[in-house]
Ligand binder design. Structure first.
Ligand code: NAP
Length: 560
């Protein structure tokens, strides 16, 4: 890093970097490590007091990886890291994931380039210098040739606009912004709004401690047992001993004609099996628990209405079987296609409604009117509570980029650019925002793939692009508008093959009032990474590069 001055930039700029990374979560820390390894000067900023991103903020009781079993939720690039970190459970708990990320940061000496408690307030591109000016809430003003936005796909909490919420006399907590100190529910009457992954994880834990829990449910959800258990030493050894093969499996795309673009399914055709055989499979997968219920199922599950409805009927039967009170069971029965909202794994969620201290309020028949000082008033009456837990999710995928709201070429703000659609190319770049890269942005498989591995692969693509520019004396890159439109069509066409877009979910933005409804996730899974690699190999088709201007010409040589 140098303190070279760039004539077009404000005098307030005190430091110049090759790259600034926004966010010190799973993606941001990997980007820092990788780009620094190329000899670039990199600075990372994060508003949180500690590293970890979403794993720092989502510290509510019961939070754990509700996806692939350990060690698949972890970085893959370092065999040593894979070998030395002993995951203890199949679905790692939030404290364990955070410890792992702390270990990662220490092992690779990342902290010296991370500034915590430092939220990026603004980022503006200057065409003359081909650089970004970044301002932080702590008064820092720095410049960077490249802005890497690792701001998280699920990190901007959604706080519902409930009349009177600020007048509530008790404590109000959000699962996505949980306090650092332990929270006691003992003897308390607790209200929980929200029954997505976070609500379904936190409700059973609160119910074990609180005097009473009232769950305010707007949309019932399907959930499958997580069956979390200690990871056996031999299971970990098996993965470690076959790491290359395991990793290759994580990146292998399904055949081009696979029913579901993102996953191969179990290789069986539901149409060649009897209803009894299919039911036996669902039962087997239910007993197995985990996301095997999706990935070990028929590939048709997420594309075929008939098969999906059969799976829904199976799961509805489970709810009626588990929940003692028939009225409560009926309120818990979902009516959307299974899997088209993020599949949820639980540890005793439906069983929690058999407890004497848990009540379910169905907001569809009894909506919230307002919060009062003493509780929640619904149409049918008042529910007195001492504490309110909002498990109301996130302004997902695009929300954190919009919160950052960078200013691109010609003074355009991202909020303007993304007013009706999240224009981007490959989920990585946005036209009019040169040299800005996103990790897990809209248009990537992000939330439908392995987040750590996805972050590695996207970062590596970005790094290759920077290398390509450096070798050719190029100073700016951005996609063309045409490439963005074509990409949007490609992502949408893939999604249209599935049932995903037909359900209101945070994938479609339907959870946020006023947000454009658009399914913005690439459902190609590993095929996405092959696609973006192919585009790079073909000379970065769809991107426009500009030669380095003399004023902006990168600090890289001077810096290193
Ligand atoms: P979510 O899935 O969006 O669920 C939010 C819940 O709040 C939904 O039940 C929603 O109802 C309800 N809600 C929102 N606004 C409301 C309002 N105004 N009134 C009443 N109810 C309202 O959010 P999440 O549970 O935090 O999960 C988000 C994602 O984060 C997950 O899908 C998952 O990918 C990730 N996550 C991962 C983990 C993990 O790996 N450990 C844990 C938690 C979350 P509607 O359905 O009607 O909108």
């Amino acid at each position: 890093m140098t303190s070279t001055t760039h004539p077009q930039q404000t005098d307030a700029v005190t430091e110049h970097y090759d790259a600034v990374v926004v966010g010190a979560g799973v993606s941001g820390m990997y980007a820092l490590l990788h780009l620094r390894g190329m000899g670039l000067s990199v600075r990372t900023y994060d508003g949180a007091p500690r590293i970890g991103g979403t794993w720092w903020y989502n510290r509510y009781p019961g939070a754990r990886v509700d996806g692939p079993s350990a060690p698949l939720y972890g970085y893959t690039f370092s065999d040593e890291l894979v070998k030395e970190w002993d995951w203890t459970e199949t679905q790692s708990s939030q404290p364990e994931v955070l410890s792992y990320l702390d270990h990662f940061a220490d092992r690779f000496d990342l902290r010296r380039d991370i500034e915590l408690d430092t939220r990026v307030d603004d980022a503006r591109y200057d065409e003359a210098t081909q650089r970004w000016t970044i301002e932080t809430g702590t008064g820092r003003c720095v410049s960077a040739a490249f802005l890497i936005c690792a701001v998280g796909a699920l990190s901007t909490p959604n706080t519902p606009d409930i009349h009177g919420i600020d007048d509530f006399g008790g404590r109000c907590l959000h699962t996505g912004h949980w306090p650092e100190e332990p929270v006691s529910f003992e003897g308390k009457r607790v209200g929980v709004i929200g029954t997505g992954s976070s609500g379904i994880q936190v409700i059973p834990e609160i119910a074990k401690e609180a005097a009473h829990v009232t769950v305010f449910q707007r949309t019932p959800q399907y959930t499958v047992p997580a069956r979390n258990r200690p990871l056996k030493a031999e299971e970990l050894a098996l993965v470690r001993d076959n790491w290359e093969m395991v990793k290759a499996g994580m990146m292998a795309p399904p055949a081009a004609d696979a029913a579901l673009p993102m996953a191969p399914g179990n290789g069986r055709s539901p149409f060649e099996e009897t209803p009894e055989q299919r039911h036996a499979l669902y039962q087997e997968l239910w007993e197995q628990g985990t996301l095997a219920f999706v990935y070990g199922n028929y590939a048709e599950l997420l594309v075929n209405e008939e098969i999906n409805r059969e799976v829904c009927a199976f799961l509805q039967g489970k709810i009626r079987e588990i929940v003692d009170d028939p009225d409560t069971a009926e309120k818990l029965i979902p009516d959307h296609f299974y899997g088209t909202k993020r599949p949820i794994l639980d540890s005793g969620y439906y069983e929690t409604y058999n407890r004497d201290n848990v009540t379910l309020v169905d907001l569809r028949e009894d909506p919230i009117e307002e919060m009062t000082r003493a509780g929640v008033r619904t149409v049918m009456g008042e529910h007195p509570i001492d504490m309110l837990v909002l498990a109301t999710g996130f302004d997902a995928i695009s929300g954190s980029m919009l919160r950052l709201d960078p200013m691109g070429r010609g003074g355009i703000r991202l909020k303007e650019k993304w007013e009706s659609r999240y224009h981007n190319y490959l989920g990585l770049m946005i036209s009019d925002f040169p040299n800005l890269f996103m990790i897990h942005g809209p248009g990537t498989p992000g939330v439908l793939y392995l987040m750590p591995l996805g972050a590695e692969l996207e970062t590596e693509w970005i790094a290759n692009c920077l290398r390509h520019m450096s070798e050719r004396g190029l100073g700016a890159v951005e996609p063309t508008h045409e490439a963005e439109l074509a990409w949007d069509e490609e992502v949408s066409a893939l999604a249209e093959k599935t049932l995903f877009p037909r359900t209101d979910s945070w994938y479609t933005g339907a959870n946020i009032p006023g947000k454009p409804r658009h399914f913005s996730v690439h459902v190609g899974g590993p095929a996405y990474f092959h696609r973006i690699a192919e585009i790079a190999e073909q000379g970065y088709e769809g991107f426009a590069f500009a030669p380095a201007t003399s004023v902006g010409s990168n600090d890289r040589e001077e810096d290193s």
